[in-house]
Design a binder for this molecule. Structure first.
Ligand code: PLP
Length: 405
């Protein structure tokens, strides 16, 4: 897209990357379900294969539909380059395994997404890589570990599920002094609310499965950043094989057209839901960076343009109350997903952090009675009324010492 026009996010999410890929006057991007691309001219085949000419050879490596998705997310994150993956975890694991070597040291935080945490606890150390997971709320300890020397700093903000905020700009500056690569998982924020590259990060990863797709009907992952780092990870992905399918790329592209509309509505709905829950007698605590009482509120205000659609809250009465309340919600899926147009709730105990033991969750500051709430785009008055009746039911059962129904 022409630089002089400098289109903004809402425009980029619709038009970005789509120039020159339409067929026979079609207004929409074609889904190119071809494994291979044929060449009668063998010299050209060789040039394309060696990267000396534009084109595609084999869809595990590159594909025209997938390339449009990569270009759109590249533009939205303001990156030099982007590549894509079959899932968010494929993006995260490929990034780590492509960039790290035995003897390297990684600094990250304790409450990253459960799958990422498992990678850091069980797999990355197997390759002689030292992983230091810091208390996310203790900025001084993260800085001290970065200053002790590291090859890669991996951050997630807001975190899953307690929406802790880390200061990307500050940590990236200190990481740079060590020559470390800074990777930020921007899944929760989306490029509408936060652009980590503009804050000094080197790479941004996404579970495109979530807000980018937005309709809970396709999986995908993305990586954006400098051309050399993205090329290193792309080379690994070519042989690792966790490629985004053209059908999924198309679904993601369709979802992304409404990214800004959806995210703005989800920001607004989450804010109102957080305020409502914060004032509710049966809710012990609300975790939402948009609330002034949230410890990360000031940093979030500085580095985000919206506080996001994700929040979590802790009920009175432990997990029994969660079991009573959640089935009562009419306008929420009870499922291990987030970022969709429908409101979706999940206790970390059965969802994002099910692989962890109760002790591991506690060490990450995740109470057993926590509910993660992904605000959808419904009418917020209906969401509040729905929460109100479900909470009233749970509170009554709790007061009367009754078992969940
Ligand atoms: N990062 C975050 C913040 C997530 O919430 C998730 C999944 O919930 C992932 C990464 C992994 O994404 P995927 O399920 O697409 O592999």
């Amino acid at each position: 897209m022409s630089k002089e026009l400098a289109p903004r996010q809402a425009t980029l999410s619709i038009w970005g990357g789509e120039e020159g890929v339409r067929i026979a006057g079609a207004t929409q991007v074609p889904v190119v379900n071809s494994v291979a691309f044929g060449y009668d001219d063998l010299d050209r085949w060789r040039d394309v294969a060696l990267g000396d000419a534009e084109g595609d050879i084999y869809s595990r490596n590159t594909n025209p539909t997938v390339r449009v998705f990569e270009e759109k997310i590249r533009l939205l994150e303001g990156a030099e380059a982007a590549t894509s993956f079959s899932t968010g975890m494929a993006a995260i694991s490929a990034t780590l395994f492509a960039l790290l070597e035995p003897g390297d040291r990684v600094v990250s935080v304790k409450d990253t997404y459960g799958g990422t945490n498992r990678l850091f606890l069980d797999y990355v150390p197997r390759f002689g890589i030292d992983v230091k997971l810091c208390d996310t709320s203790d900025q001084d300890s993260i800085l001290a570990e970065i200053d002790a020397g590291c090859r890669l700093v991996y951050l997630e903000t807001p975190t899953n599920p307690t929406c802790k905020i880390v200061d990307i700009e500050l940590l990236a500056r200190r990481a740079k002094a060590q020559g470390a690569v800074v990777v930020v998982d921007n899944t929760f924020a989306t490029p509408i609310n936060q652009n980590p590259l503009s804050l000094g990060a080197d790479l941004v990863v996404h579970s495109a499965t979530k807000y980018l797709g937005g309709h809970a009907d396709t999986l995908g992952g993305a990586l954006c950043g400098s051309a050399d780092l993205v090329a290193t990870v792309f080379a690994y992905r070519e042989v690792n094989g966790a490629t985004l399918h053209p059908d999924s790329a198309y679904m993601l592209l369709r979802g992304m057209k409404t990214l800004q509309l959806r995210v703005e509505r989800q920001n607004a709905n989450a804010m109102e839901v957080a305020r409502f829950l914060d004032a509710h007698a049966f809710v012990e605590r609300v975790f939402y960076p948009g609330l002034p009482s949230h410890p990360g509120h000031d940093v979030a205000k500085r580095q985000m343009s919206g506080f996001g659609g994700m929040l979590s809250f802790q009920l009175t009465g432990g997990f029994e109350s969660v079991k009573t309340m959640l089935p009562r919600l009419r306008f929420a899926h009870r499922a291990a997903n987030l970022g969709a147009v429908e409101t979706t709730v999940a206790p970390p105990r059965t969802g994002s952090h099910v692989e962890l033991s109760e002790q591991e969750r506690a060490a990450m500051g995740i109470p057993e009675a926590l509910v993660r709430y992904s605000a959808g785009v419904e009418d917020v008055a209906d969401l509040l009324a729905d929460l109100d009746q479900a909470l009233a039911h749970a509170a009554e059962r709790h007061t009367r010492h009754l078992t969940p129904t």
